[in-house]
Design a protein around this ligand. Structure first.
Ligand code: 5CA
Ligand code: ZN
Length: 470
């Protein structure tokens, strides 16, 4: 196990994110702290999607014949599908698949729903669990067999341009989402051999874990008319003809939580962005025998103010254990802000505040009039500083190279992301992936001048990224 892997497993357990002891491989239990982080993270995404998508909920089971309809799609998933074959002791005459994703559940229904051009666009999303019998090494939150936080959006349009515009819009949605979580990313167009089965093209977001490997945290697919043809999703145009619709879909998963943990965590444990922290502020009373009640009373008032006036998630830790133990626990659980209050602080009109992101302690004036505003301001600063820090370290780990020796040296020494000129040919790309034991993430941009491919020497128009990946 790598050092990061060890740290990650330890944090999942100690910070009570998930319990990995559930007796089915690749399936885990969300614990109360983890569930809260998951909920607040989804709240952010929901809020963005709700602006112009409608939430729906489709069945988990997909009939065999529907799943099999789109040949390329089913080929891509055939090794990964779980099947329900029996109802009790009776063998089903039509097997049912546990959805690995929901195209083939939704699109037969879309075919019934879409009638004319004025019905379009339609934009739906659902937050569900999906099942994939992953054959690669499973890892909690990163590669699971039951994805519990699958947020999939599916859209239908009446022109190719509208479909393309939706891809751009989806990219903006995920940018906004990951920015809110202070998770840095690169956006690439995946190579042909790595696109979503059935898509025209796939655009992906990748972030970097502390061990130098990238993690794909979101994907946007332009489906063109492929699925519309298969599932007969047509609309009547203004001139009365019948046309196949254009579709896109995009999704994120539990990996987003993994990246919050991996990107921001440190030696002391979790470090949570205030917007998704299970508790944003923890108050620790510093108690001696004398003045105990007074201190507790003061802290309770503080808790109420922050909760009611400040609208913050606050926890008053009045357990009868050493303050040092509480400090350790809340730092490990990643609570962004800790306020310590003792009898002397009350006398002096002061409070001690610790910011989790840099572990800096500061003694501040306590003024009941401006208190909640002040705490809000500190939390905002923490968010900004976390984003600044994570992007800075991310950008340092994207390195341009001009030949394959250099690429191999950089990737072996530092991991991270390598940027290079590439011809775009599959055989060359596959050769490069094998030689360097890496994955080509995809094309980031088209270079203006003609360059030379670092692997085969042919003309290279594409600036491309590669890395070792999860
Ligand atoms: N229907 C499309 C859009 S939702 C779809 O299924 N796309 S996907 O296959 O690329 O999956 C969406 C995202 O789920 C991926 O970008 C990746 O971040 C995540 N994901 C895929 N497989 C797993 C897995 N086994 N465990 C955790 N996350 C996964
Ligand atoms: Zn080449």
């Amino acid at each position: 196990m790598s050092k990061f892997s060890e740290w990650f497993h330890k944090i999942l357990e100690e910070a009570e994110i998930i319990d990995t002891r559930y007796p089915v491989k690749g399936m885990h239990v969300w614990l109360p702290q983890g569930f809260k982080i998951r909920r607040y993270t989804l709240n952010i995404l929901r809020k963005i999607l709700d602006e112009d998508h409608d939430e729906v909920l489709f069945p988990l089971l997909i009939p065999e014949d529907e799943l099999a309809k789109e040949a390329i799609h089913v080929k891509g998933f055939e090794d990964e599908v779980y099947w329900v074959t029996h109802g009790g002791l009776t063998e089903l005459n039509k097997k049912l698949a546990l959805r690995p994703t929901s195209e083939t559940a939704m699109y037969p229904m879309f075919s019934l729903w879409v009638r004319t051009h004025s019905d379009l666009p339609l934009k739906f999303y659902q937050i569900v669990n999906t099942f994939r019998y992953e054959t690669k090494h499973t890892r909690p939150l990163i590669r699971v067999r039951e994805i519990t936080t699958f947020t999939e959006a599916h859209t239908i349009h009446n022109s190719k341009e509208d479909g393309e515009k939706q891809v751009e819009r989806a990219i903006e949605i995920y940018k906004q989402f990951f920015n809110a979580l202070a998770i840095p990313y690169v956006i690439t167009t995946r190579p042909e051999w790595d696109k979503f089965p059935g898509a025209d093209y796939t655009v992906a977001f990748d972030t970097l874990m502390p061990d130098g490997k990238t993690l794909q945290i979101g994907t946007v697919h332009n489906l063109g008319q492929t699925f519309a043809r298969t599932f007969d999703i047509t609309y009547e145009t203004e001139s009365g003809e019948h046309e196949y619709a254009y579709q896109t879909c995009y999704g994120i998963s539990d990996r987003v939580i993994a990246s919050i943990i991996g990107v921001h965590g440190d030696q002391s444990g979790l470090c949570l962005p205030p917007d998704v922290a299970s508790y944003q502020v923890v108050i620790v009373p510093i108690i001696f025998k004398k003045g105990k009640e007074e201190v507790l009373e003061f802290c309770r008032k503080m808790e109420d103010t922050l909760r009611d006036k400040g609208n913050l998630r606050v926890y008053l830790d009045d357990r009868d254990i050493r303050a040092g133990k509480k400090f350790y626990e809340w730092e490990m659980r990643g609570v962004p802000l800790r306020i310590e209050i003792g009898a002397r602080d009350i006398q002096n009109g002061e409070m001690v505040v610790l910011s989790r992101n840099n572990l800096q302690k500061e003694t501040m004036k306590y003024d009941p009039q401006t208190f909640t505003g002040k705490i809000d301001e500190i939390l905002k600063n923490i968010s900004q500083n976390m984003a600044h820090k994570s992007w800075e370290s991310f950008n340092k780990n994207i390195r341009p190279v001009s030949n394959t020796d250099e690429a191999l040296e950089e990737i072996s020494k530092h991991g991270g992301i390598i940027s290079f000129n590439w011809c775009g040919n599959k055989s060359c790309g596959k050769d490069l992936e094998e030689k360097l034991r890496v994955d080509i993430l995809g094309v980031q941009e088209i270079s203006k001048e003609e360059k030379t491919c670092i692997n085969c020497g042919n003309p290279a128009k594409k600036i491309t990224l590669l890395s070792r990946t999860y």
